[in-house]
Design a protein around this ligand. Sequence first.
Ligand SMILES: CC(C)(COP(=O)(O)OP(=O)(O)OC[C@H]1O[C@@H](n2cnc3c(N)ncnc32)[C@H](O)[C@@H]1OP(=O)(O)O)[C@@H](O)C(=O)NCCC(=O)NCCS
Length: 203
Amino acid sequence: MISGLTLDMVAPATTSNKNIEVRKASMQDIPNLLDLINGYAARGIMLPRTEFELSENMRDFMVAYDGNRLAGCGALHFYSPQIGEIRSLAVAESHKTAGIGRLIVESLVYEAKMYGLDAAFAFTYVPGFFAKVGFNEVERGELPLKAWKDCLRCAKFHNCDEIAVLRILRPQRWEQRQQTLPPVLGVDGGMVVLLPTVRHTSN
Ligand SMILES: CC(C)(COP(=O)(O)OP(=O)(O)OC[C@H]1O[C@@H](n2cnc3c(N)ncnc32)[C@H](O)[C@@H]1OP(=O)(O)O)[C@@H](O)C(=O)NCCC(=O)NCCS
C-alpha cells in the first residue's frame, strides 16, 4: 500500500529525530514544498519548481514532517518500466545531518522497488551524500534520453556540472537490460539531441 508508507516499512529508523513522519505528499503540501525547493533554487542548488509543476507531479513526492514543519521532501519520477529519477530532494537547513535525507531516499527507493523498477538515478551536486545512500557515479550517457528533459531547459545545459548517480535495485534484470540498450543519442521533439559530456575536474 504505497500511500500508507510508514517509517517502520523503510530502513529501520535512520533519523535521530523520532518525531519525523514520512508520508506521500498531498496538494496541501504545495506551499511548503514551494518554499523549501525554491529557497534552494534561488541559491542555484536545485532546479526551481512552479505550482503547476508540483501539482502535475504531486504523486511523485514524499514529504518528511517534524510536527507541522516541513523538514524535507523528495520525488520519484518514472522514465521507463526500468528506471526512475530521484529528484527535488531537499532537507530544511534546520534539519540537515539528522538522517532525514537518507530516510527520504530510502522511502523513495522502497517505492521504486514496489513499482518494480530495476534502478533509480539522480543528477546531483552532492555525490558524497548519494554515495552514503547506496548510489554510484555513472556517465550521464548511461541514462535514458528522456531523463534529459529538464536539462534541455537548463541554463547550464552546455556547461553542466551536475553528477549522475545510479543505484541498481535489481542487479540481474539491470544487467540483462544493459545487453539490449539502444544507442545513447536519440531524437527529442523531432530534433537530434547531442548530449553534453559531464565535466569531472580533478581540482
Ligand atoms: C543533500 C541533503 C538532501 C542531505 O540531507 P541530510 O538530511 O542532511 O543528510 P543525512 O543526514 O540523511 O545524511 C546521510 C549521510 O550522508 C552524509 N552527507 C549528508 N550531506 C552530505 C554532503 N553534502 N556531502 C557528503 N555527505 C553528506 C551524512 O554525513 C550521512 O553520513 P553517515 O551515514 O556516514 O552519517 C541536504 O543537505 C540538502 O537538502 N541539501 C540542499 C539541497 C540539495 O543539494 N539537494 C540534493 C539535490 S539532488
